[in-house]
Design a protein around this ligand. Structure first.
Ligand code: ZN
Length: 111
């Protein structure tokens, strides 16, 4: 995946995020670990499952808002309740996950 290092995206406190198939990473996290790159690649696979980036981001936003309500606006808990994040964190250390054993719509196992 293409990686663009910069000083603005994502917000401080995060190291990287995937936007439309490209990883944006903060300069202070250069070089990204293989684990982080794999995490973002899992998000790219999830976007494919959703039928495109727009649907992925809309669902992501929906799950995040749902988490905010459920956890009374605790953003950290809301973030970690997003099924897309739960799958990505569960498998980010398995670098072969996407190419060998990830099933289509695997993120639904984390809803
Ligand atoms: Zn993530």
């Amino acid at each position: 995946m293409k990686i663009i290092y910069n000083s603005f995206i994502p917000f401080k406190g995060f190291s990287a995020m995937m936007l439309c198939g490209v990883i944006f990473a903060r300069r202070e996290h250069r070089p990204l670990s293989a684990t982080t790159i794999n995490h973002e690649a899992i998000h790219r696979a999830q976007a494919r499952d959703c039928g495109g980036y727009l649907w992925f981001y809309l669902r992501y936003l929906w799950f995040w808002l749902r988490g905010l309500v459920k956890y009374r606006f605790d953003n950290k808990k809301a973030y970690h309740s997003i099924p897309f994040e739960r799958e990505a964190y569960a498998y980010e250390y398995r670098l072969e996950y996407i190419t060998t054993c990830r099933q289509t719509n695997a993120w639904k196992n984390f809803v």
